[in-house]
Design a protein around this ligand. Sequence first.
Ligand SMILES: NC(=O)c1ccc[n+]([C@@H]2O[C@H](COP(=O)([O-])OP(=O)(O)OC[C@H]3O[C@@H](n4cnc5c(N)ncnc54)[C@H](OP(=O)(O)O)[C@@H]3O)[C@@H](O)[C@H]2O)c1
Length: 325
Amino acid sequence: MKAILVEDSTHILSVGQSEKPVINKNELLVKVKAAALNRADLLQKRGLYPPPAGASSILGLEMSGVIEEIGTDVEGWKKGDRVFALLPGGGYAEYVTIPAAMAMRIPENLSFEEAAAIPEVFLTAYLNMFWLGNLQKGETVLVHAGASGVGTAAIQLAREAGANTIVTAGTAEKRELCLSLGAGVAIDYKEGPFSTKVLEATAGKGVNLILDFIGAPYWEHNIDSLATDGKLILIGTMGGAKVNEVNLSKLLFKRIQVIGTALRSQSVDRKVQLTKDFSDFALEKFATGRLEPIIDSVWDWEHVNEAHKHMEQNKNAGKIVLRVN
Ligand SMILES: NC(=O)c1ccc[n+]([C@@H]2O[C@H](COP(=O)([O-])OP(=O)(O)OC[C@H]3O[C@@H](n4cnc5c(N)ncnc54)[C@H](OP(=O)(O)O)[C@@H]3O)[C@@H](O)[C@H]2O)c1
């Protein structure tokens, strides 16, 4: 089959040949129509984020497509059904195998490109805000990089759960997008410490939950932005991973919980349960248009290097999608 391969010394990507995967009795073989980019792909092609044991070494954490073969123990699916799913790897390819329990049916109103833009960012936002963050109606979540793929998903899911969202984002257009999706306040983090604005917006109380992808440079201001009993969920370290000085007494004083998490390395059972919970909460909302994947751009997969560059330069607001030809 065709797949995107990485040239190890230059990290340049190109369409080449790879072995077509084979299903087991609980799996589906899917002919991929679209895949979407993630920051993890940028790291993996440079050898900085190896795939978990047993996963394909091909890039790609999510895809949409059409069922082509069905495992002997699988029920409820037929050839030709349109599906989308999270993957541990392998999405930048003509074919993938997925556990049938992780397949989600594409709502009729969504294209393959739209469906491929959903799994990684929406499941990440769902896992972190609801399973780990226990975000409740009326509470407030601070989402950094609000116009990112995960950010745009988080804003919409928080809105649907009746929670308030404050975001940070680097350009006026990105902040506008966040507000249009339901964020109540959008902060320009380049204008000064975001914690001052967060405390102003919450009458000095702070937020109940923070989704942070930036890491070290935001540590101090994150702690200052949290309310008593607040939770800081660390999902990425785009700004750096090492904090030089940590004042632990602030954590005790405010009874703060700090949680580090990664979706990719979770067990299949946990991902199946997460997919099921998310589907129950969200698929009907996608079908009626209440939730929408936010797509920055769609590229034919021959242009995968340009698509990666677009993400590397932080130019995207929402997801970058590859059309698999
Ligand atoms: N742990 C997990 O399970 C998991 C799962 C999925 C994603 N992630 C992580 O979540 C993060 C977001 O992923 P994504 O795909 O949603 O990203 P994305 O759509 O590519 O957006 C990332 C945005 O972050 C902002 N940014 C980048 N570097 C920054 C810095 N040093 N300081 C402040 N802002 C910065 C930029 O927006 P501005 O212009 O607003 O600065 C950039 O456009 C990544 O770190 C990714 O690895 C983690």
